[in-house]
Ligand binder design. Structure first.
Ligand SMILES: [Zn+2]
Length: 137
């Protein structure tokens, strides 16, 4: 590294982690590529993201599915940084992964964003939208 294996450009951005390998997207030719095992040196970006999602109420398995880092790593970070989340059975977070256009369309429709808390966080080259809904009795 560091250049795109398809066009040799040095302009690329992080685009998620796949099986503990950092994935990149070339800004010139849009080619996706990964580099060798990130292993123990997983970028702080994903540690922060994982802990953020954990605090929002997502489970280890859900975080694994979204970020591509193992649930064991996430559980270790939670312990390492002593993260505690308030227990609440009244709210349940749901989430969607959206690209920029889908995100815009989502917010154009007011019924999507009334009556529930909504948080948007950047996720690689996409966005994740987390929404809390109150359980109905
Ligand atoms: Zn390229």
């Amino acid at each position: 590294m560091k250049q795109c294996p398809n066009c040799s450009s040095e302009k690329y951005i992080k685009a998620g982690i796949v099986s503990n390998r950092q994935r990149y997207k070339c800004k010139i030719c849009n080619y996706y590529f990964t580099v060798d095992k990130v292993g123990k040196q997983i970028d702080d970006y994903y540690v922060n993201k994982a802990l953020q999602l954990y605090l929002e109420g997502l489970t280890y398995r859900e975080i694994e599915r979204i970020l591509g880092v193992s649930h064991v790593s996430v559980s270790n970070w939670v312990k390492k940084y002593g993260i505690k989340r308030p227990y609440s059975a009244k709210y349940h977070p749901t989430y969607k992964i959206l690209n920029h256009n889908e995100l815009q369309n989502y917010f154009l429709d007011t019924k999507n964003i009334t009556g529930a808390g909504v948080l948007v966080t950047e996720l690689g080259d996409k966005f994740m939208l987390i929404k809390w809904e109150r359980f109905r009795d």
